[in-house]
Write a protein that binds this ligand. Sequence first.
Ligand code: KG4
Ligand code: ZN
Length: 341
Amino acid sequence: MSKNVNRIILGIESSCDETAAALVENQGGTFKILANVVWSQVKIHQKYGGVVPEIAARNHVKKILPIIDLALKKSKVDKKNISGIAVATGPGLITSLLVGAQTAKTLAYLWQKPIYAINHLQAHLYANWLNNQPIKFPAVCLIVSGGHTELILMKNQTQLKKISETLDDAAGEAFDKVSQLLKLGYPGGPIVSAMAERGDAKAFKFPRPMIQNNNFNFSFSGLKTAVLYASQKFSPKKLKSYKLKANLCASFQQAVVEVLRAKTIKAAKYYNAKTIMLSGGVAANQLLRQTLEQKTKKMGLKFLTPKPELCTDNAAMIAAAAFFTKPTPWQKIKVDPNLSL
Ligand code: KG4
Ligand code: ZN
């Protein structure tokens, strides 16, 4: 990224159930969010207990232009001053991704702007750059979301290498499934973590999957099943107890956080990291943020995580990623629901 240019990028995000648009400026290496609009479909999908792809795509179609319009108005940026358009092209739900990509392509063609195809996972990482803090490399980055739990090694600001992943469920998926089995609602992460605050994390002894393994991979499917089995020991009447549910949530959350902390720290030591970064939707979890930050600081390393609202899906992170990405001719923009790092 050149130090002397001033660029403004319009970011567009529609990979799952958030329709989002943002204007991000970079002046001489310093990022500024000029507008960041996120329209969440959570309320629409709540009654189904999860995201229904067809409904998500239809709502993106309805909302994408008004949301882009609102972001432009809020930022007070004239479209002639936009230097490029960035859009998430994967991973995600194919029909949802297509709405964002098609919109971005059309605008890029009409406004004659370069277009940047952004990997949604990379964008979660680049959300850390919006903090405007100097980053020392190598950095070990934990991305924890609804679909992914991965450790990434960054040798510099553009060289990324995946060092581990989950062998089954992602951490966010486990939060969502535990919430579902305890009939707490959707999306599970914020609900389970709020319940956990009122529970006893030592009430249940849940496994810490793969915590002792030599590699850095994760597994959360067995932990979710352990919560299911523990809950099945109680009668349906007893399971209605708030305290019992809070204890199950707190014990589950503690197990997830301990595994994420242990594996991240192990990787940081192995790769002699100078910085640990935490991002993705689950990074909004307060216990995870505090635990990892404390441990990182004790080791004398730098800890970075985006503000909670920039951890969950948003378009500011998509725009931020564009500053580290080469443009793609609009005719070649393709979505890939299984795009990896
Ligand atoms: O990054 P994100 O917004 O979407 C994906 O790319 O997947 O992450 C969504 C995931 C969901 O599984 C949600 O339950 C989880 O992040 N999540 C949380 C919290 N807030 C969101 N998990 C634990 N604690 C939270 N506070
Ligand atoms: Zn995401």
